[in-house]
Ligand binder design. Structure first.
Ligand SMILES: Cc1cc2nc3c(=O)[nH]c(=O)nc-3n(C[C@H](O)[C@H](O)[C@H](O)COP(=O)(O)OP(=O)(O)OC[C@H]3O[C@@H](n4cnc5c(N)ncnc54)[C@H](O)[C@@H]3O)c2cc1C
Ligand code: FES
Length: 264
C-alpha cells in the first residue's frame, strides 16, 4: 500500500517563463512552502486556468528549487493545448498546483559513482538528482540527448555541476554523438564503474538503459511518465505494470526500481 500522498495545494505566482530550446520553456514560480518540501524526482500537478473544457492538471517534474528565495524551476515541452497556454504565461500570472507528488530517487547508501541518463524532456528529474548527488560528494556522470541540437537542454547545468563525464547524443547528429543516448550510456555502464543509474525519457530508452544496467550489475531507477488525472491516488489512470502488479505512478512512482517495470 502506498503511504498517503504528500501533495498539498499551493498557490503560486510566475516569476519568469522563457524559451530555453526549440519548443521547450523554463518556468520559475514563487511558491515558498513547496520550494522547501520538494525532493528530486517528485513532481507537481499544475492547474492551467482559462479553458473550462480542460479540467486536468499538468504533471511536471522540477529542475531545481531554492528554499531561501521560495522559487521552483520547471522545464516543459509544448506538446498540446495545456502546455501551449502555459507558454503564454507572463511574470505575475497566478495559479495553483498540487505537490509534491509521488516519491523521488533513492540512490543506494554509500553510492560513490552514479550515472544519470536523460532523453528529451526527461532531463529535468535526472539533472535535479545529479545536483543533489554532486553536492553530497558523489561523482556523477551524465548522458543526455534529444532529437536535435536545438532541442537539447541541460548542457550548461550539467557542466556547472562538475560532472566527471558528460556525453551528449542527438538523433540527427547536430550535437554530440549521432544516434541514441543509450549507446554512450551502455558504453559507460560496461566499464563497471557505477553503483547507481537513474534514467528518465522515452520508455524504449529507459528499457535499454535498464538492460545495460542489469548486464553491468548496477541498481537502476527510472522515472516513468503516465497520463495522470488526479495525481494523488484516486483514479488509477496512471497505472504501471510491475512484477508486483499494477502500481500507480503518482503514488508508488514516478520513480521505480527498473527491474520491476514490466511495461515501459
Ligand atoms: C510524473 C510526470 C512528470 C512529467 N514531467 C514533465 C516535465 O518535467 N516536462 C515536460 O515537458 N513534461 C513532463 N511530463 C509530461 C507532461 O505532463 C505532458 O506533456 C503534459 O501533461 C501535456 O499536456 P498538454 O495539455 O500540453 O497536452 P495534451 O493535449 O494533453 O496532450 C498532448 C500529447 O501529450 C501526451 N500527454 C499528455 N499528458 C501526458 C502525460 N502525463 N504523460 C505523457 N504524455 C502525455 C498526449 O497523449 C498527447 O500525445 C510529465 C509527466 C508525468 C506523468
Ligand atoms: S493519477 Fe489518479 S491515481 Fe494516479
Amino acid at each position: 500500500m502506498p503511504s498517503p500522498s504528500p501533495a498539498r495545494m499551493h498557490d503560486f505566482e510566475v516569476v519568469s517563463n522563457e524559451k530555453i530550446a526549440e519548443g521547450i520553456f523554463s518556468l520559475v514560480i514563487l511558491a515558498p512552502r513547496l520550494a522547501s518540501a520538494l525532493k528530486p524526482g517528485q513532481f507537481v500537478n499544475i492547474r492551467i486556468p482559462g479553458d473550462a473544457s480542460e479540467l486536468l492538471r499538468i504533471p511536471l517534474s522540477y529542475v531545481s528549487s531554492d528554499a531561501e528565495a521560495g522559487t521552483v524551476e520547471l522545464w516543459y515541452a509544448v506538446v498540446g493545448n495545456g502546455t501551449r497556454r502555459m507558454s503564454a504565461w507572463e511574470p505575475g500570472f497566478k495559479s495553483d498546483l498540487l505537490g509534491p507528488g509521488g516519491h523521488g530517487w533513492s540512490a543506494p547508501e554509500g553510492c560513490r559513482r552514479a550515472l544519470v541518463v536523460g532523453g528529451g524532456i526527461g532531463v529535468p528529474p535526472v539533472l535535479c538528482l545529479a545536483r543533489e548527488l554532486a553536492s553530497a560528494g558523489v561523482r556523477v556522470d551524465a548522458c543526455f540527448g534529444a532529437a536535435s541540437g536545438d532541442k537539447l537542454v541541460g548542457v550548461h547545468e550539467f557542466e556547472g555541476l562538475g560532472c566527471g563525464e558528460i556525453r551528449i547524443a542527438t538523433d540527427d547528429g547536430t550535437a554530440g554523438f549521432a544516434g541514441f543516448v543509450t549507446e554512450p550510456a551502455s558504453e559507460l555502464l560496461a566499464s563497471g564503474a557505477y553503483d547507481y543509474v537513474a534514467t528518465c525519457g522515452p520508455g524504449i530508452m529507459m528499457s535499454k538503459v535498464a538492460e545495460a544496467a542489469t548486464s553491468a550489475g548496477v541498481f537502476c531507477e527510472a522515472s516513468l511518465e503516465r497520463m495522470m488525472s488526479c495525481g494523488f491516488g484516486a483514479c488509477s489512470t496512471c497505472n504501471v505494470e510491475t512484477t508486483d502488479g499494477m502500481k500507480g505512478a503518482c503514488m508508488c512512482g514516478p520513480v521505480f526500481d527498473a527491474t520491476k517495470v514490466v511495461v515501459w
